[in-house]
Structures are given as C-alpha cells and as structure tokens.
Design a protein around this ligand. Structure first.
Ligand SMILES: [Zn+2]
Ligand SMILES: [Zn+2]
Length: 768
C-alpha cells in the first residue's frame, strides 16, 4: 500500500477536472480525495502500489483541461485523508505561484445535441451547459471555482440537477453551471408599450423565443444578453435597422460583425481557409475578419472588402440563429462607451430609442467581455481584440518576474496586466479611457482581478505619455513603442539580441516628439532607438489625427520647405473660397508652429497617401484611411505584376540615409514622388496604392538590414502591422535577408498588447 499527495497546476478548475479524477480513481481502485485548493487541484491517492502507479500514469494523460505540472509526494494516509472511498472534497483556499482561472467556454457539441433533442429535459433550455462548457470567468466571484463562488450560486439546484451533479459518470457531475428549466436562470423579454412604459414577459421561454424571432424578422433591433454583456442584434437584410443603429451608435461606416448559424452559412458570404475555420470554431468563438464573397445590404460592411463573421457561443444564440439565420451582432452600447451588462442601463438606452426589445436573464455577469477578434494575415494569426474566451489565460514568460507587477497599458484600446512569477495576466478590453465609464469599468476590473489572483503588485508601470490617465499612478514608465517590441520578445520568449520594429499611429517618444515608425536594437534588456521614418511637423497634434487632408497639408508644407512639391494642382482643383481660407489659416498655424507636433507616425504617413490618392480623406473610425488604402492596394498589385520587373522596382522608392547615429527613411519625399506618379498615371489609384505599400515595406527591410546588421531576430509590432500587404512583404523581405521574423500572436500588435511589453521591459530594472 502507498499514499501520494499530488498537486496539479494548469487549467484544472472549471473544466470538469475533479469529477474526471474521481472517475479515474474509482476505476483504478484508489481511495482518497480530490479538491480545489486556491487555483490548483490537490489529490490524495491511496491504494496498492500497482494501482497507484497506474492511476498516476493515467492522470498525466487525462484529456480534461490542461495539466502544466504534477508534483507528487509520499504522505502517511491518515494524516491526509480519512475516507475509505474516493471523494470530491470541499474546496479550500491557498495562494500559489501560478493561478489559472478558467476562461468562458462556448457550448459543446454534446450540449448542442441535447438542446435540440425533444426527449431531453433540457430541450431548448437557453442555459444548458456541462463540465466542459458554459460561462466561467465572466461569472466567477471568488477562487476556488465552485458553485458558490460563481453567480450560479444564486440558483438552488432542483433534485434532478442535484442527482446529476453527484452521480458518477454523469457529464454534469460537479458541473458548477448545471441548471435546467426548473431551477436555473430564465429569460425575460422587455418591451415598451404605446405609452412608453416597460412591459415584460417572464419565465415563458418559448413565448419569449418566438417573440424575439418575430421581432428580428420584422427588422427590429433587439438587445440580447450574451456571456460577457449585451449585443444589439438585427437582420443583416434590413437597411432600415442598420441605418437606425448606425445613427444611434454614432457609427458612420465601420463594418458590423455578422453571426452565422454555422460554418456553411459563412461560406456562402465569405471565403474561409482551413486556418480561419479553425479560429471560427475555436472555443472563444471569436469574430474572424474574412474576405467577402457577397454582401447583405450595403449598410452592413460598407466599402470594406471583408466581413467580420462569427458563430454562436451560447445556447440562446444557437436557438435564435437556427430560426432567424444570420444576424448582425454588435456590442450593445453607444460608440465609445463600455459594453453593458445590466438591465437598467439597457432600459435607459431603450428609452432613448434603441433597442426595441431587450432579451435578458437573471444570471449576473461579473466581468464584462467583448467578443474576441482575429484575422489570418499570411502565415500569421493576429488578434485584434483579446477578450471573451481568451481572458484571463496568462502569457508565460521565459524568466520569472522579480516582483508582482501591475502594467497600466495605454489609454486607447485599454488593457492592463498583472504579473507574478512567469505569468502575465492580461485583462479584457476597455475601449478608450477618455470615456469616464470605460475608466470606471477598468477600475472595477483591476480590483476584481487582483482579488481573484490574490495578487498585490509591488511595482506599477505605465506609458511614458504625460497625458495618459492610465499611467497616472504608476511609478515607472516604458516608452510606447519599446513596449510594443517588448511584447513580442516576451510572448515568444526570445533570448539574445533582437531588432525591434514598431509602426503605428502614435506614441509619446523619449525626446518629446510623437513617434510611430521606430527601429530599436535590444541587447541585455535595454533598447536603443536606431532608426525611424522622417519626422514631420503635423497640424492639430493628437486630435488632428482623424483628418487625413490636414495631414497631407502638413506633408505639403514640409515638402515645400525642402523645395519639393506635393500635388499643389489638386488643391487648386478642389479649392473654393472657403477651403482657400481654411488653408491660409492652416498655413499660418503650421508656419508659426501653433498646435503642431513633430511626428514620425506611420499611421499619419498612410493617411497622407490615402488623401493624396483621393481614396479616403477622413478617419470616421480608427485606421479607416489606411484600411481603404490597403484595400485599393490589393487590387493594384495585379496591375503592378504586369509591369516589366526591371521597371516596377524603380517606380517608387524610399530614400534611406544615416544622420549621426540614426537611420532615417524619407516619408516626405515618398509622398512627393507619389504625387508626381499620380500626374503620370491616369486612373492609377489602385496601382499607386500598391506602389506606396511596396515602397514602405522595402524601406523597412532596408532599414532593418542597415540598422540591424548583427541582428538575426527581428520582431514586428504596432497596429500598422495589421496591414496584410505590409506584414507579408516585410516578413518576406526580412526572411530573404536571412532574418527570423516574429510578431504578436497571443496578444494584439496594437495597443491592446502593450501592457505585456511594459511588464517585460520593466523586469529587473530598478525604479525610483
Ligand atoms: Zn456542454
Ligand atoms: Zn434543475
């Protein structure tokens, strides 16, 4: 006889791990117990030597959750456990180095089958779940993960559920989210009567479902409570609903995401590669940006050649979509405001005109979570937003942190992070902190996450930008683009010398100018700026970033000072008296440096090109000009490939020169040359868009070769690398030059990933 104490770390809570262990122990004739301790699982296993060995071996192969480590110790049996059988014991607290909290799981195939099985007692029950599926992090109140530590604790199990919960071999044995028509959460449908008063239908699931489907078919807008918060849903065949919602959300053009009942339905509208299919059906059920084959009404995707598509992640969505077909599912809030989880707030919006109905339920959401967003970009899989289904899964570093650390992230696409040991836990996405409600939601989330992880940071680190509210109370600062680069080094656990390239819209530089196209060498934990695209004096500072015409104007002024010219004739063509007056004022402001900022932003360089080529003149949503420029470039590439090879490489290039110790790529001359080409090529919009991309990509590779001769590893980060042409051509060029290329895959390459970089780059540094 022998007795072992086994400590299991990994993703072992909220995944049906303990019941699986119990079943295995019973099969192997092992006595003892299994329990959640803090964030780990502790097992006492006692039996014949052979039985214990068999149990240990099979435990390591258990196909439930994810075991990261098994620590096995010999213990005297009586001291450990008094049971003569194998039991699932009461959970207890503990504070361990590595704590893994379960992510929210999408409905599993088995539950889906039961959902449509007329003989099943959970037939069409919108909250069906099991040990392998259902909400987790979004409803978790405390650790360890248990019925009473999640918001399902509000519902007392009926005898039948209790029986399943305790029965050996049942798929809902110890499923903490177990519920049924009798005992679990119920739907509620809220509408407004003709007098503007709220009316509600409660507890009659079938009536509510039928009315919801009817409303959606009648082009109504319905707010539906999902795992992480409310969505606004409406038919993608309805121009009227789309227009109404765009107006209500103050969202002019940004495409809406569409939820489809199944992968085949997506294929009808979009091209889906096998990698994209894998993402769409992955547990997070994320939105994946796909190439559009055909459109719904034009108000859904606008001018975009892509569509954000996704699949239902919970039983309610599955039931509804089966009957309605595809639905637009967009976050249920006004533009710029945080995702809504409470009925009262949604009712207020209803009174303001949108939605027409609210489908809600009585299971409380504790962590608001948006949908995660991915795209496949050449050989890379990129995250645009890391949220439901992925948070709070940590990123593992190569080396442990010296102290527990908080990283504030940035103010835009705000995400914070907490680090302990080798683990960095990134929060959900909060949007822009300019909005006070986003700030509040973030503040609550920090307290909640610190509590769940039992983590009290000793060090706090934020962005260098003096105006960032996120960084206000942090005691250390990391430059924005250094954090971007560091985030890639961190997630790929790179060692040794690295050349880092960060291209994006804006970040505060160490010299007080606005950076955005930065080349760094990384040695022994230190970064040094060794190159960038030329600095331009831009009108309007940070706030002018939306107006691409204004940016082009600044480029034109800069060019004129250097004896170059950027399409002055275009200006005359569109010039009215009023425009002329605006430009005279702008010229004065630019010359006298009133409200101007020096900037090496890649995003603004793309804006200037977009305005010059008359593709898009204003960013009504973030990155719109660059996105439409890229779209035109995809078409232009074909024409480019028809040109004689010797000729096409010379058409448009970027001058790269060294000033003091800094490599500079000349963006102003690039725009001037592009303007000259515009004169030569009639209807050349698309070709020139591509030439512009190609020239920038070539320049980045050249800079990397010049500035990083002894650097074999190159990392790419920053929002500009979401651009498919830029990323693939830069990566290809660098690989051809013998470099290893890395970019963000576990966190977004945009500002949603910088918190990871902040933690990594502050590691081991002494701060005052
Ligand atoms: Zn299930
Ligand atoms: Zn029940």
């Amino acid at each position: 006889m022998q007795t072992k104490k086994i400590t299991v770390t990994g993703l072992v809570q909220g995944v049906g791990f303990r019941p699986a262990v119990a079943e295995l122990a019973e099969e192997c004739k092992i006595a003892g117990q299994v329990k959640n301790m803090g964030g780990v699982v502790e097992i006492i296993a006692s039996g014949e030597n052979e039985a214990v060995e068999k149990f240990l071996h099979r435990l390591s192969l258990l196909p439930v959750g994810r075991i990261d480590s098994l620590k096995v110790q010999d213990v005297p049996y009586d001291a450990a456990c008094t049971s003569t059988t194998f039991v699932i014991a009461e959970s207890s607290n503990g504070r361990e180095e590595v704590r893994l909290l379960p992510v929210d799981f999408s409905t599993c195939d088995r539950c889906r089958e039961e959902l449509f099985d007329k003989k099943n007692r959970r037939y069409r029950y919108p909250f069906i779940s099991c040990t392998g599926c259902g909400p987790r992090y979004s409803i978790q109140r405390a650790v360890p993960y248990d019925r009473d530590s999640i918001t399902m604790g509000d519902f007392e199990m009926c005898p039948e559920c209790l029986n399943e919960y305790t029965k050996k071999g049942n798929i809902r044995r110890h499923a903490q989210t177990i519920a049924c028509h009798t005992c679990g959460p119920t739907l509620k449908l809220v509408g407004l009567d003709s007098g503007g008063k709220f009316v509600a239908i409660e507890k009659d699931t079938e009536v509510i479902l039928a009315q919801t489907v009817k409303a959606l078919k009648e082009e109504k807008i319905v707010a539906i409570k999902d795992i992480g918060g409310f969505h606004f849903a409406f038919s993608p065949m309805s121009s009227a609903a789309a227009k109404r919602l765009r107006e209500f959300k103050h969202r002019d053009k940004k495409p809406f995401a569409v939820m489809f009942p199944g992968i085949e339905a997506i294929r009808e509208f979009c091209e889906v590669s096998s990698k994209e299919e894998e993402l769409l059906t992955s547990n997070a059920r994320p939105i994946v940006l796909l190439k559009k084959k055909k459109d719904f009404v034009t108000e859904i995707c606008g001018e975009s050649d892509r569509m954000g598509a996704f699949l239902p992640c919970n039983p309610l969505q599955i039931i509804l979509l089966e009957e309605t077909g595809p639905l637009v599912m967009t976050s249920g809030n006004r533009g710029g405001e945080p995702i809504i989880t409470g009925d009262e707030e949604m009712k207020r919006l209803m009174e303001e005109g949108c939605p027409d109905f609210i489908v809600t339920h009585d299971r409380e959401i504790l962590t608001p979570l948006d949908d995660s967003i991915y795209q496949v970009n050449g050989s890379f899989v990129q995250l645009l937003r890391r949220a439901r289904g992925l948070v709070p899964e940590p990123i593992e570093l190569a080396h442990p942190l010296g102290a527990d650390t908080f990283a504030a992230g940035g103010d835009l696409k705000a995400v914070f992070a907490l680090g302990r040991g080798k683990m960095v836990y990134l929060s959900q996405y909060f949007g822009d902190l300019e909005e006070v409600r986003c700030m509040k939601q973030r503040r609550n989330a920090i307290a909640r996450m610190e509590g769940l992880l039992a983590l009290t940071p000793e060090i706090s680190v934020g962005d260098l930008h003096p105006a960032y509210v996120s960084a206000k109370e942090t005691n250390a600062k990391v430059q924005h683009h250094m954090a971007h680069v560091a985030s890639v080094i961190a997630e790929h656990q790179l060692e040794g010398k690295v050349l880092g390239i960060a291209c994006d819209g804006t970040g505060y530089g160490t010299d007080g100018t606005i950076w955005g196209s930065e080349f760094f060498t990384y040695n022994n934990g230190e970064m040094e700026r060794v190159g960038h695209f030329g600095t331009v004096r831009l009108l309007g500072g940070d706030a002018g970033a939306k107006d691409a015409d204004k940016t082009l104007f600044s480029y034109r002024m800069e060019a004129r000072e250097r004896g170059l010219s950027i399409g002055d004739e275009i200006r005359q063509k569109t010039e009215t008296d009023q425009l002329g007056e605006i430009e005279r004022l702008q010229e004065m402001a630019w010359k006298q440096k009133i409200n101007t900022a020096l900037s090496s932003s890649m995003g603004r360089l793309f804006d200037a090109a977009s305005a010059l080529l008359e593709i898009c003149h204003y960013n009504s949503y973030e990155g719109e000009c660059a996105i439409l420029l890229e779209q035109a470039a995809h078409k232009g590439k074909e024409r480019f490939l028809y040109l004689p090879e010797a000729e096409r490489e010379k058409l448009l290039t970027v001058d790269v020169t060294k000033h003091d110790d800094m490599w500079i790529a000349d963006g102003v001359k690039l725009i001037a040359d592009l303007s000259e080409l515009k004169r030569q090529y009639e209807n050349g919009q698309e070709l020139l868009s591509y030439l512009f991309h190609h020239a920038i990509a070539t320049a980045i590779v050249t800079m990397a070769e010049f500035a990083g001769k002894e650097y074999n590893k190159v990392v790419l980060s920053g929002g500009s690398f979401l651009n498919r042409i830029l990323l693939s051509e830069v990566a290809e060029g660098l690989r051809a030059a013998g470099k290893e290329v890395y970019t963000n895959e576990k966190v977004p390459c945009g500002d949603g990933g910088i918190a990871l970089g902040q933690i990594f780059y502050s590691m081991g540094k002494k701060f005052l």
